[in-house]
Design a protein around this ligand. Structure first.
Ligand code: ADP
Ligand code: GLC
Length: 487
């Protein structure tokens, strides 16, 4: 089946979060099932043409936008063996930051991603690719279904295709002033509660929820949560109205990139059967962060966007008490300035216990996963979460809040039965987090059950194959019967 997979970020080309990991790995897995997957993303400034051996395949793609037309060029590269297209339009994408700079959203994001969405459809036409399914992800590509079902309705080359829309995060709407309707060339009739209007604004994400054939999210639990007021971000009503078409498919992880027995970014390789390398990785992590080399001190870690969603403030709140348990703590992350300050202050109070890197660093994220003993994810909501799964692979025990994909992937360890792969708490509070951390630290000091827990964690298998098969089934539900778009 021919599938065009549109995403605003794709690892290893451009990444700010888990969407990139998914867009980098899922198409490969689907290709492995025999499908013709192709991926498309914007050609941002950071995309290295030489490193990725990109070549220009279309010098001039004409894309209608804002009542006129603009042109783009299209480059092609490979992600493994998946053909990957890059939409080059320097006015939109040749700048610092994918979505924002200096903590501020780019003011023309509506135009940048309306353009990208429209370019996806024009690209399919220009390549004569005729996808049976367009697979779109999050608000940045959510206008693809809107265009497909309105602007292109009468166009036999594209209109027959099915559209799957994957919600990686319902909290980011792509919310713009009403003037964005004209910028995106959307008909005024769509500015209604049944279309893209949302409390007087234009909501790109809503276009994905309204116009796609199926909607899925990235864990079973989150697919249920988003249909409730508590987790719905104001869109739960829209989702409940489409409950029949909403699915949850758990993300997988790419074990080619995230496996301690193969990882070249870490100090030493290790596996479930031979954990000696893990001690070397812990020593390396302590060295990198300038912490005393203490092999027996529990080392807790965080790698995260520093955002309200992630509950990082709960960690800041309980950090002194966590360190009082004779632990070390490292954090790699970037985001809200108030959280930067909170952790800088904590480091100033406990210089020999806290390691801090306020930035984005993929290599360091591997070093941390490999070297830490425990990994904290106290998220307020978490559509799937990837780091808890990476942590499991490296025998780094996740301590998580029971929400979304965290709830679906982590089972609390029971010392009596020896069953479980981590620690899980219910309430979004520093207190509840601390209770779990205390349990974890106490268990860590009892060598045998901790080893059992690590073995359980490392035995978990979240490879993409199973999830890819579920996506394949979903594609089949919406693809035209003979695999080519019906006219
Ligand atoms: P989200 O997409 O909500 O940020 P996920 O857990 O799905 O959360 O994925 C986050 C991804 O981004 C992981 O691959 C994680 O390692 C990575 N990541 C987050 N912050 C950083 C950072 N500061 N440096 C490097 N990688 C990071
Ligand atoms: C999002 C979610 C995260 C999920 C990722 C990939 O950014 O916040 O939970 O793992 O997308 O689907």
């Amino acid at each position: 089946m021919r599938v065009l997979f549109a995403s605003s970020e794709v690892s290893p080309f451009a990444k700010t979060g888990g969407l990139a990991d998914v867009a980098g790995a899922l198409p490969k897995a689907l290709q492995g099932l025999g499908h013709d997957l192709r991926v498309v993303l914007p050609k941002y400034r950071g995309v290295d043409t030489a490193q990725f051996e990109l070549r220009k395949i279309l010098p001039r793609l004409v894309v209608p936008i804002a009542g006129t037309v603009e042109t783009a060029a299209v480059w092609e590269g490979r992600n493994g063996s998946v053909p990957t297209y890059f939409v080059e339009q320097d006015d939109y994408y040749d700048r610092e930051g994918l979505y924002q700079t200096g903590g501020k959203d780019h003011p023309d994001n509506a135009e940048r991603f309306a353009f990208f969405s429209r370019a996806v459809l024009e690209l399919a036409r220009a390549l004569d690719f005729s996808p049976a399914v367009y697979h779109c992800n999050d608000w940045q590509t959510a206008l693809v279904p809107a265009y497909l079902r309105t602007t292109y309705r009468g166009d036999p080359e594209v209109a027959g295709a099915g559209v799957l829309f994957t919600v990686h995060n319902l909290g980011y709407h792509g919310l713009f002033k009403p003037a964005a309707m004209a910028v995106a060339n959307l008909g005024a009739d769509l500015f209604s509660p049944f279309g893209v209007e949302f409390y007087g604004k234009v909501n790109f994400l809503k276009a994905g929820l309204v116009f796609s054939d199926r909607i899925n999210t990235v864990s079973r639990k989150y697919s249920q949560e988003i249909q409730t007021e508590e987790f719905g971000h104001g869109l739960d009503g829209v989702l409940r109205a489409r409950a029949q078409d909403v699915r949850g498919i758990l993300n997988g992880i790419d074990y080619d990139e995230w496996h301690p027995s193969r990882d070249q970014l870490i100090a030493a390789r290790f596996s479930r059967d031979d954990l000696r390398g893990k001690a070397a990785c812990k020593a390396d992590l302590q060295r990198v962060f300038g912490l005393p080399a203490r092999p027996d001190t529990p080392l807790l870690a965080v790698i995260s966007r520093l955002a309200q969603q992630k509950g990082i403030d709960l960690i800041a709140e309980s950090l002194d008490a966590i360190l009082d348990l004779d632990t070390q703590f490292v954090l790699l992350g970037t985001g809200e300035p108030a959280l930067h300050h909170a952790f800088e202050a904590a480091k100033a109070r406990h210089p020999s216990r806290v390691g801090l890197k306020l930035g984005f660093d993929v290599t360091l994220s591997h070093v941390i996963e490999a070297g830490a003993d425990m990994f904290l994810m106290p998220s307020r909501y978490e559509p799937c979460g990837l780091n808890q799964m990476y942590s499991l692979a490296y025998g780094t025990i996740p301590i998580v809040r029971a929400t979304g994909g965290l709830d679906d992937t982590i089972q609390s360890f029971e010392p009596e039965t020896g069953v479980g792969n981590g620690f899980k708490f219910q309430e979004a509070s520093g207190e509840a987090l601390l209770v779990s951390v205390r349990q974890a630290v106490a268990l860590y000091r009892r060598r045998e059950p901790w080893r059992r827990l690590m073995a359980n964690a490392m035995a978990c298998d979240f490879s993409w194959n199973r999830s890819a098969t579920e996506y394949e089934a979903l594609y089949r539900e919406i693809a035209p019967p003979d695999g080519t778009p019906r006219a």
